[in-house]
Design a protein around this ligand. Structure first.
Ligand code: GDP
Ligand code: IMO
Ligand code: MG
Length: 428
């Protein structure tokens, strides 16, 4: 009954979509457990290029079941649009299911996200503006609308009208915004319920049954460990738990069924939105790398901040998740660089900072201590065998493994499924 978690080890956009699409070929089911359509997962395979926001990244494989688990916040409009887009391109979505316990992102959540960010002014988080935070707030305050409620014609109006009444007080009274209309919301919910009804089920039971039958289940992380509500650089985080704890609560499976926890890391670092990033490259060096790597957000199109690989943060991420192995992506982006650097420690003034600090103000002050390694001129791009890697590229990978404390099971050398070096089997 093996489940394998694939989790972002940095600040998101590590290439999880590519890795899941690759591994889904050896799996029976792919399950999203947290976040919502703040995620943008890119998949490139024989069917073309896809940007997936809610639909699990294994969907292109016939026979692989896709599940959106209870820990996800679902914008039904976005989900329905994504399903229609996939169907138009010939991808069968008949095996896609949504948890009845997943919470719904309502239009007032999106409005509140926007109003709250505006009110934060210079300390704005830089959210994706998709209503993620406000939807999770309603979940924890027990005022949320769940996917199952969309099907419940009797209970839905009371719950929704109460929610809209409270939200409107906040929208107009606190933020001076325009109120939303309860009847409009109700009509939307009914339409969504009708259109999603056949996909809604008790997904925790479905996943448990699949595991009992010995099927291989992939747990697809969204965002990254350093954006985790508890373990990330708070308050510059998302409102869910992208790390391993979120996988368990976000699906209703037990830890014993998880056989492998794979951390996905880029060969360098990126971050979108606000918050500290010790290895950020400023000026032309940063711009050059961003352009070369085309580091622009999949969901919002915003330029991503770029920097060198941060082994202090990566080691912390390995410890939080208990990574049994890692996937290193985008090694090819570093092809042709004269030198490459790895952050092996932090310091504030003369004082070393041994571990990734919880104090965000301290993290802001941390200066990276770098180890410089020689770059490589021969390409790693599109390599499929470890022997094809130039010696310096391999030495770079080995040093990262040593510093992070786990082995690279896969090295990714390009966006498409084939551009992959499988070193050790992830799925058994
Ligand atoms: P995710 O959110 O973790 O799934 O990552 P994104 O899809 O937002 O961003 C990763 C980007 O890198 C996408 O454009 C992928 O197609 C691309 N990508 C993934 N792996 C590789 C790789 O090894 N090399 C290159 N050049 N691009 C990659
Ligand atoms: P994937 O799954 C990168 C960031 C936002 C912002 C913070 C909070 O593609 O790796 P939110 O809208 O979640 O309230 O925004 O989190 N963020 C991501 N950054 N990749 C993501 O997802 C992200 N999802 C959220 O930029 O800084
Ligand atoms: Mg992304």
């Amino acid at each position: 009954m093996p489940a394998y978690a694939v989790i972002g080890g940095q600040w998101g956009d590590e290439g999880k979509g590519k890795v899941i699409d690759y591994l889904a070929g050896q799996s029976d089911c792919v399950v999203r457990y947290a976040g919502g359509n703040n995620a943008g997962h890119t998949v490139v395979n024989e069917h073309g290029e896809f940007q997936l926001h809610l639909v699990p990244s294994g969907i292109c494989w016939p026979g692989v079941t896709g599940i959106i688990g209870n820990g996800v916040v679902v914008n039904p409009q976005v989900l329905l649009g994504e399903i229609a887009g996939l169907e138009e391109r010939g991808i069968d979505t008949g095996r896609l299911y949504v948890s009845d316990r997943a919470h719904v992102i309502m239009p007032y959540h999106i409005l509140l996200d926007e109003l709250q960010e505006r009110a934060r002014g210079r300390s704005a988080i830089g959210t994706t503006g998709q209503g993620i935070g406000p939807a999770y707030v309603d979940k924890t305050s027990r005022d949320g609308i769940r996917v199952g409620d969309l099907l419940d014609g009797e209970r839905l109006p009371d719950r929704l009208i109460a929610a809209v009444e409270t939200k409107n007080k906040v929208i107009t009274g606190v933020y001076g915004g325009e109120p939303v209309d309860a009847d409009e919301m109700l009509a939307l919910c009914r339409e969504w319920g009708d259109r999603l009804r056949h996909r809604v089920c008790a997904t925790e039971q479905m996943v448990q049954d699949l595991l009992d039958q010995g099927k291989r289940v992939l747990l697809e992380g969204a965002q990254g460990t350093l954006l985790d509500l508890d373990h990330g650089s708070y308050p510059y985080v998302t409102s869910s738990s992208p790390s391993i704890g979120g996988a368990i609560t976000g699906l209703g499976i037990n830890p014993q069924s998880i056989e492998g926890v794979v951390g996905v890391f880029k060969a360098y670092s990126t971050r979108v939105g606000g918050g500290p990033m010790p290895t950020e490259m400023h000026g032309t060096a940063g711009e050059e790398l961003r352009e070369k790597a085309h580091e622009y957000g999949t969901t919002t199109g915003r330029p991503r901040r770029v920097g060198w690989f941060d082994a202090v943060a990566a080691r912390y991420s390995r410890q939080i998740n208990g990574f049994t192995g890692m996937v290193l992506t985008r090694l090819d982006i570093l092809d042709g660089m004269q030198d490459v650097k790895i952050c092996v420690g932090y310091k504030v003034g003369d004082q070393p900072v041994e571990r990734f600090p919880a104090n965000t103000a301290l993290l802001e002050e941390c200066e990276p201590i770098y180890e410089k390694m020689p770059g490589w001129t021969e390409p790693t791009a599109s390599a499929t065998q470890p022997e094809q890697l130039p010696a310096n590229a391999l030495a770079y990978v080995r040093r990262i493994e040593q510093l992070v404390g786990c082995d690279a099971q896969i090295i990714s050398t390009g966006p498409s499924r084939e551009e992959t070096i499988a070193i050790n089997r992830v799925i058994h």
